[in-house]
Write a protein that binds this ligand. Sequence first.
Ligand code: SAM
Length: 221
Amino acid sequence: MARFVVEFGKDGTPPPEEGRLDAPAFHRNAEPLWQALSPRLPSEGALLEIGSGTGQHAALYARRVPHLSWYPSDIYDSHLASIAAWRQQAGAANLQQPQRVDLTDADWTWSPGGRLAAMLCVNVLHISPWRVSENLFAGAGRLLGAGGTLFVYGPFMCGGAHTAPSNAAFDASLRAQNSAWGVRDIRDLDRLAVASGLAPAEIVEMPANNFVLVFARANRT
Ligand SMILES: C[S@@+](CC[C@H](N)C(=O)[O-])C[C@H]1O[C@@H](n2cnc3c(N)ncnc32)[C@H](O)[C@@H]1O
């Protein structure tokens, strides 16, 4: 499996010396995604980003929310090195060191621990096994504070149907590469959310047949 999918389903380019990887998709989705996220992000507290990849979103966004502590994470050494390199370049005091968070682990947690104000997961759920989706929502239920928000971005099916022929073709190509991968259905994610104490709150339509899904942590008793 490619360590970093620069264009989905194709091998990544080798990292430059300083380790900063570049994802073409970032340049397409960073500003539209920011438009969707920025009015909904908490202004303070801790945000854990799952599967930060290159670290480009973290480096760009953390500077725009200086009172929010941004915790990037990933599973691969090369990605963690890239995030660290982008972090160094960004020079944002609120952007924390990258950490390894693997959502195949049902008991995953984060450092330093405690309640999160928000979680962000961009383009991860379709290139990972279903248990990663399960563990994302279960973890959000455990770790988000009352009123906390989980943001999930990517291509999704709606009610059993693809939202565009291009997404159906993309889904088929993913499944051909790895039978455990695939475009997930919002209906199934909503079920995971509810079972974990989260309420499906908003579906924001994005360019190129993508969505931002917003889930709110119900008040804790
Ligand atoms: C397509 S890349 C997206 C990277 C970044 N979020 C972006 O949009 O540029 C998917 C990312 O998910 C990460 N990932 C894959 N499986 C994971 C897992 N089990 N737990 C956490 N992250 C995972 C990969 O290492 C990769 O960085």
